[in-house]
Design a binder for this molecule. Structure first.
Ligand code: 5GP
Ligand code: ZN
Length: 142
């Protein structure tokens, strides 16, 4: 259930401190030690799972069920006008701590935090080909 060398498992076990904001039998939420903005929190399953792809459905449901109430409380406490939910999966996507977690980042108008910018497909055929490739990966036998 826990990984001895995982910092978030150590937080769950109480071996490392955290600024806790929410807890159930299965989920823990605490403030990020290096916040994008004050109130930036992490919501984690108490059991060790590497990331979203390693999360059993029941654990994912419990994690996602916490996002709305904890996110709303962070907005209320910080006076934020918005909130980003972000989950980084694998190093290529910026994951640094390999214990599944969702970031809750309170947002204020004009806070300067930039999201990614989009680039259109070359044409509709390229977009449809990508959709077909993803469908194929989901259900290769069809
Ligand atoms: P990732 O890039 O893996 O999605 O984000 C990991 C997050 O965990 C980072 O935002 C980082 O600031 C936070 N973090 C790393 N170590 C600790 C810690 O010991 N305590 C807390 N509260 N947050 C941590
Ligand atoms: Zn862990």
């Amino acid at each position: 259930m826990h990984q001895p060398d995982c910092i978030f498992c150590k937080i769950v076990k109480g071996e490392l401190p955290c600024a806790k904001v929410f807890e159930t039998d299965h989920v823990l939420a605490f403030l990020d030690i290096a916040p994008v903005a004050p109130g930036h929190a992490l919501v984690i399953p108490k059991a060790h799972h590497v990331n979203l792809f390693d999360l059993p459905e029941e654990a994912a449901v419990r994690l996602f069920a916490a996002l709305s109430p904890v996110g709303a409380a962070i907005m209320a406490a910080t006076g934020a006008a918005g909130l980003n939910v972000q989950i980084n999966n694998n190093a290529a996507a910026g994951q640094v701590v390999f214990h599944a977690h969702a970031h809750l980042i309170p947002r204020h108008e004009g806070d300067g935090l930039r999201l990614w910018s989009g680039h259109p497909y070359a044409d509709n055929a390229a977009m449809q080909a990508m959709a077909a490739a993803v469908r194929q990966a989901l259900a290769p036998s069809r």
